[in-house]
Ligand binder design. Structure first.
Ligand SMILES: [Zn+2]
Length: 250
């Protein structure tokens, strides 16, 4: 029922697409792209439809680094800017999402839970999802299209552990990625979207330039770099809802 109402509102809003605000970007948040029924998952079929829609409607899919440059006023705002982000590092991102990203030449950022690389994640539903391993990560990174950024070692709620533990979770995951892939790991996604000022301070002290939350909304010039909002795409997201997420952050 709730989903039906959302669909109706999204359908209605789509009439007013020409009113969509300018100088805005949307960061889409994905998790698993696969054939499971976990609420945060998007099916390969829906993911393909969503990417085809971005292509068809000429959205400009830009990298997170590019968005950070725009926010730091080093680059102008493109029209219809979209950033693709994937949290946790599920192996199905390589199997189902990667071929489509490659097909459309869409950049994306995958936030890795460093402690589970090559392993599996047991979801609340009891399902066990395999995680990306280094050979797949390296293959995607070498394409220049996908960058990998830290999402802690063990995916804790960072505000509920000690400052020292939080520091360790952040810097160790950053170090693991740097060690394997080289370059700088400068972007972070807060597990569960949980953070506070001391977590932001740790990130700043360790060379990060931006961090992503799970608060919904569009990114604007005045958005805080360490509190960037995202729009979640999940199992029940219809194409009408996907459109209103893109244009209105609803
Ligand atoms: Zn996560």
């Amino acid at each position: 029922m709730k989903n039906l109402i959302k669909n109706l509102i999204s359908g209605f809003l789509s009439i007013f697409i020409f009113l969509a605000p300018k100088n805005r970007a949307v960061i889409l948040m994905y998790h698993s792209v696969g054939r499971n029924e976990i609420p945060s998952t998007v099916s390969p079929k829906n993911f393909a439809k969503q990417m085809a829609y971005l292509k068809e409607k000429q959205y400009q899919v830009i990298s997170l680094a590019n968005l950070a440059d725009i926010l730091e006023k080093k680059q102008p705002w493109p029209t219809k800017a979209v950033v693709l982000s994937f949290d946790d590092g599920y192996a199905d991102n390589f199997i189902f999402a990667w071929p489509i990203l490659w097909q459309y030449n869409f950049p994306a950022t995958i936030f890795l839970t460093a402690g589970t690389i090559g392993g599996e994640k047991i979801k609340k539903t009891g399902e066990r999802l395999p995680m990306l391993a280094w050979p797949e990560i390296e293959k995607m990174q070498k394409s220049g299209l996908v960058d990998f950024q830290p999402h802690t070692q063990s995916h804790p709620r960072l505000s509920e552990i000690s400052q020292a533990e939080a520091q360790k979770e952040i810097t160790e995951s950053q170090a693991v990625i740097k060690e394997h892939l080289g370059g700088e790991a400068q972007f972070f996604a807060y597990p569960y979207g949980v953070y506070n000022q001391s977590i932001i301070d740790i990130l700043k002290a360790n060379g990060f330039i931006a961090a992503l939350t799970v608060s919904r909304g569009l990114v604007k010039q005045e958005s805080q770099l360490f509190e960037l909002p995202r729009m979640a795409v999940s199992l029940k997201t219809s194409l009408a809802q996907f459109k209103s997420k893109l244009n209105f952050g609803f």
